[in-house]
Ligand binder design. Structure first.
Ligand SMILES: Nc1ncnc2c1ncn2[C@@H]1O[C@H](COP(=O)(O)OP(=O)(O)OP(=O)(O)O)[C@@H](O)[C@H]1O
Ligand SMILES: [Mg+2]
Length: 371
């Protein structure tokens, strides 16, 4: 049974449908991420889970306990939901010390003084701020404030930790460091995390599973690898990473393979596996149908000539080569698109010259033609 269940969740800020009939099942101790571009309803969803916003429809359950349901006239207050929250702005109280900030949720819950001391010290140790109890909140760096906000959210050992873009105020280096720490912290505390971000890298690197939203609607839920390599929609595919898109036509279909005619990329046709096919709408793939082949650039092998025994090979033009110390970046045009292909080795390729790109099957998806 799922740990946190969101059913038909609906919220309208007239005229915008911020969250549109959202269904999600989150597992215990999962690091679950809501990902999508600005305005797609991530924060609104998180606030409804935390009880800071009332839905216009739908239900949320934690285990078998209903937290909110319009129909059943249930609304559990935020402090009774057993959830800690961290916001993008941290929302620390500036006139309070670290101790006062972190102990606040315990006071709210009537914890006795000596327990408060112990728990605050423990949680500050956990986030790497041991001994900073008496520091005024404004006298902390951005990263330290972030840790205080985390400590305050975790101090009462909540079942669920709700994080709304908690890393977005940090500079790039600190952000990466905190990303690792956050993941390690979750493992230590064993808490279920719902994390909101519009940053693909953050989502892919931290999450057990990711839900991708667009205009309040759920597009796909899956592990980072699933959503990256088997995107369910063009939006998910393009939001999560770069692709070369080739247009073509289905010219052969068997139980295991689909053959696609492509133009302007050297090879006259590609033989793809059936599990590269994304959609089966309208009987796709059927011979004669228009198709798109999407290729992740990092799943291509670059060479100067075609070698025997290679699978699908297409032909592009090398625009530029850059040496970046630990890797080379090759800017390649394939069909009408130009992308960067990264390789650890120098391949001595001539700029402006022809290059051959072998497609690894796991980096290719086949789609019906987008209108
Ligand atoms: N209190 C509000 N009043 C009116 N409209 C709102 C309110 N809160 C959110 N909205 C609208 O609802 C939609 C979803 O907003 P939400 O804040 O949930 O998006 P988000 O995915 O968190 O975006 P971001 O990445 O920019 O934080 C947006 O169109 C937003 O303008
Ligand atoms: Mg938001």
């Amino acid at each position: 049974m799922s740990f946190l269940r969101i059913q038909n969740l609906y919220k309208i800020f007239d005229p915008v449908i911020a969250v549109n009939r959202l269904n999600l099942e989150i597992r215990e101790r999962e690091f679950f991420t809501l990902l999508g571009s600005s305005g797609c309803g991530k924060t609104t969803t998180l606030r409804m889970v935390g009880g800071l916003e009332k839905p216009d429809g739908g239900e949320i359950y934690l285990g078998d306990r209903c937290l909110v349901s319009g129909e059943q006239k249930i609304f559990v207050k935020p402090e009774k939901r057993d959830m800690g929250m961290v916001f993008q702005s941290y929302a620390l109280w500036p006139h309070m010390t670290v101790f006062e900030n972190v102990s606040y949720p315990l006071k709210l819950r009537g914890t006795n003084r000596s327990d408060i001391r112990t728990k605050v010290a423990d949680v500050l140790g956990l986030v790497g701020l041991a001994g900073l109890e008496d520091r005024p909140a404004p006298a902390l760096s951005g990263g330290q404030q972030q840790r205080v906000a985390l400590a305050r959210a975790l101090v009462f050992s909540p079942k669920v930790l709700l994080l709304d873009e908690p890393l977005s105020n940090l500079d790039a280096q600190l952000r990466e460091e905190m990303r690792r720490e956050l993941k390690a912290l979750q493992r230590r505390v064993n808490v279920t995390v719902i994390f909101v971000t519009h940053d693909q890298i953050e989502a892919l690197s931290l999450s057990d599973r990711i839900a991708i939203m667009k205009f309040g609607v759920l597009e796909q839920v899956g592990t980072p690898e699933e959503v990256y390599y088997k995107p369910a929609t063009p939006f998910v595919r393009d939001f999560l990473g770069k692709t070369f898109l080739l247009t073509g036509k289905v010219i052969g279909v068997s139980d295991e393979h689909v053959q696609v005619e492509v133009h302007g990329v050297g090879a006259s046709s590609l033989t793809l596996q059936r599990n590269n096919v994304i959609s089966s709408a309208n009987g796709f793939p059927t011979v004669g149908q228009s198709a798109m082949v999407a290729i992740r650039p990092e799943k291509m092998t670059l060479s100067e000539k075609i070698c025997e025994g290679q699978g699908n090979v297409v032909e592009g033009t090398l625009q530029a080569t850059q040496f970046l110390g630990d890797r080379y970046e090759y800017t390649v045009t394939l069909g009408s698109e130009t992308r960067v292909i990264v390789s650890p080795e120098a391949k001595l390729l001539k700029q402006g010259g022809k290059v051959f790109l072998e497609l690894k099957p796991e980096g290719v998806t086949l789609w019906p033609r987008e209108s």
